[in-house]
Design a protein around this ligand. Structure first.
Ligand SMILES: CC(C)(COP(=O)(O)OP(=O)(O)OC[C@H]1O[C@@H](n2cnc3c(N)ncnc32)[C@H](O)[C@@H]1OP(=O)(O)O)[C@@H](O)C(=O)NCCC(=O)NCCS
Length: 171
């Protein structure tokens, strides 16, 4: 169910600026047992795939996406996506993910991949719903020993509403 709180302003999405980094980092620490360090976010400042969502002037989530060169076939990578706990179930995660995919599509990326904990049902549901398909399982991908699922999306199919099976050489 993706209903915004009654009386709230519409969600707005924009690129992350330096002044937003503490808000982003605070959400990261709330959301992950192994959060990225602050400096990792600094490296993505200015990147078109580093975006946040805000409502009523409060940062409620963010996404980090970039492009990996891959033998002439660039691959988009969703590296991080998080919504603060109080703002979940309101369509924020989906909006951020879809905006990141649009940015990657505009950058002429054909395929997008991501890694997700195999126990992370909310994220898995979101990714499946958007059209990502599991490609392989990586045992002990995370420091605590949990496996990751690598999921991929054919961006042309996503953009045209005509899903195709992704064809990817993953390193
Ligand atoms: C995963 C996450 C980003 C989803 O954000 P969100 O804003 O709550 O998601 P949305 O409201 O946009 O929901 C979109 C879809 O996600 C799925 N989903 C969201 N919350 C869910 C839940 N608790 N259980 C199952 N599916 C869920 C549903 O398919 C939902 O579609 P629907 O609303 O039509 O049912 C959020 O739960 C989060 O930040 N989790 C912690 C960080 C994390 O795990 N990030 C992903 C790392 S790979």
């Amino acid at each position: 169910m993706t209903t915004p709180p009654a009386g709230s302003q519409p969600l707005s999405l924009r690129q992350v600026e330096r002044a937003d980094l503490l808000d982003v980092f605070r959400i990261e620490k709330q959301c992950f047992s192994q959060p990225w360090p602050y400096a990792a976010f600094e490296q993505f400042l200015g990147e078109s795939g580093f975006m946040l969502a805000e409502r009523d002037d409060v940062v409620v989530g963010y996404v980090v996406a970039d492009v990996i060169p891959n033998y002439g076939r660039d691959i988009g990578h969703i590296k991080d996506l998080a919504v603060r706990p109080e703002s979940r179930g309101q369509g924020v995660g989906r909006s951020l993910l879809e905006r990141a995919l649009t940015t990657l599509f505009v950058d002429s990326t054909a395929l997008v991949k991501l890694e997700v904990r195999e126990s992370n049902d909310p994220a898995l549901d979101l990714y499946r719903d958007v059209g990502f398909e599991p490609m392989r399982r990586v045992p002990r991908y995370y420091d605590d020993g949990e496996a990751a699922l690598v999921m991929v999306l054919d961006l042309d199919g996503w953009a045209t509403g005509d899903p195709a099976s992704p064809d990817i050489d993953d390193e």
